[in-house]
Design a binder for this molecule. Structure first.
Ligand code: GMT
Length: 373
């Protein structure tokens, strides 16, 4: 099949899922065309069957806000015709689904029928999409998409409760976004971040409020009071300065490392003993799954789709949002004894195997086939 994939090309989970899905489809012989405004961070080197089409919006003085959606729709029309695509798959509803609808209508007038699949990733529904300024357009696009998928059951339920749609939404969970690579971490790398008698805790996000990174610091403080540890914070975003201040306030400056944005977090995750994800809302928690895949247990909140990934008492623990005491107790339970930690590591890895790439890619292929046929 010839598939156009529209995505946010940045570090966010939706972009990672879309890029890795495209790479995997390409390795199975499909022709993949990424359509977005800059090269997807996870695309990496040249690959057979993959092309990237850049959407660039010209900066005309009249535009206070650049009309990205319009240019994106035009680009989709162009790529569908030029590359003779069979289907468009848009990741994240805003504004990709409405741009796809516009492209579909334009092509329809030219006698070309192009189905489009919309994959919902989370904040496009739970935070941004349900806002009154987006809601009517999102509802319309959900109803007009040829297929809609959501990355968790929880996100599907949220979609039904926030939008007036009864349309079928298929749940296709996210997957471990790399070919399984379970090699042990490089011992010298670990030594650079912690002594051998210290544990390493880790958190990766875009440092937005919804991630509650402050809770990460508070949980870490309580764990570190009992078990000498280091905290690695990966990512960057609007809360960064506040977090640096909180680190100083909690006297944690020498224990916490801010590593900034890293495009390939795998090597870093491998040196961690525990992953913290205390989010306010989280449709899936791809980053938790990535941690689990390399044997890192997860202490998280029990919000949204996280319980569909992290199993309480097995791959880690779940607590109510904001309950830093409970999260810290859970972290200590896992970290204080090496045998317990080893068991959680093993469980986490086993649980992650249920989200292996191949089986999930097959589900997307089935959706595509049903539309093309
Ligand atoms: O979490 C974010 O802020 C980024 C966001 C995105 O759109 O990339 O992530 C969402 O999609 C991911 C991939 O499906 C999910 O794993 C994340 O849970 C989801 N984030 C939220 O629901 C807050």
């Amino acid at each position: 099949m010839k598939i156009g994939i529209v995505l946010y090309p940045t570090f966010g989970g939706s972009g990672v899922v879309a890029t890795e899905l495209g790479k995997s489809l390409a390795s199975k012989g499909h022709e993949i065309h990424f359509i977005t405004y800059s090269q997807p961070v996870r695309l990496g080197a040249f690959r057979v069957n993959i092309a990237y089409h850049e959407v660039s919006v010209s900066d005309y003085p009249l535009f206070e806000h650049s009309p990205y959606e319009t240019v994106l729709a035009s680009k989709m029309v162009d790529v569908v015709k030029r590359e003779k695509l069979d289907l468009l798959h848009v990741h994240y509803a805003i504004p990709h689904a409405s741009a796809a609808y516009m492209a579909k209508m334009i092509l329809n007038r030219q006698g070309i029928d192009i189905p489009f699949v919309t994959t919902l990733h989370g904040t496009d529904i739970t935070l941004v999409g349900k806002d009154a300024s987006f809601e009517p357009v999102i509802t319309f696009c959900l109803n007009e998409s040829d297929a809609v998928t959501a990355v968790s059951k929880s996100l599907r339920e949220d979609t039904y409760s926030h939008f007036s749609t009864q349309r079928h939404i298929e749940v296709i969970p996210n997957f471990i976004p790399y070919q399984a690579d379970y090699t042990l971490p490089e011992p010298n790398v670990r030594k650079k971040y912690a002594r051998s008698d210290e544990r390493i805790l880790c958190h990766i996000s875009n440092f937005r409020r919804v991630k509650r990174v402050e809770d990460v610091l508070r949980v870490f403080k309580k764990v570190n009071d009992k078990i000498p540890s280091k905290l690695l914070l990966v990512g960057d975003g609007p809360e960064r300065y506040k977090l640096e201040e909180l680190c100083a306030e909690l006297h944690l400056c020498d224990r916490v490392r801010f590593l900034g944005k890293i495009s390939d977090t795998l090597e870093m995750l491998k040196i961690a003993d525990l992953f913290l994800l205390p989010s306010e809302t989280e449709s899936f928690g791809l980053v938790a799954l990535e941690a689990m895949a390399v044997g890192v247990p997860v202490v998280s909140s029990n919000t949204g789709g996280i319980p569909e990934v992290n199993v309480h008492g097995v791959s880690g623990y779940l607590s109510n949002v904001g309950d830093v005491d409970d999260m810290a107790l859970n972290g200590i339970k896992i970290l204080k004894n090496q045998d317990v930690l080893n068991q959680f590591r093993k469980n986490a890895q086993e649980r992650a195997r249920q989200f292996e790439l191949d089986s999930i890619v097959t589900k997307y292929e089935a959706v595509y086939k049903s539309l093309i046929n």
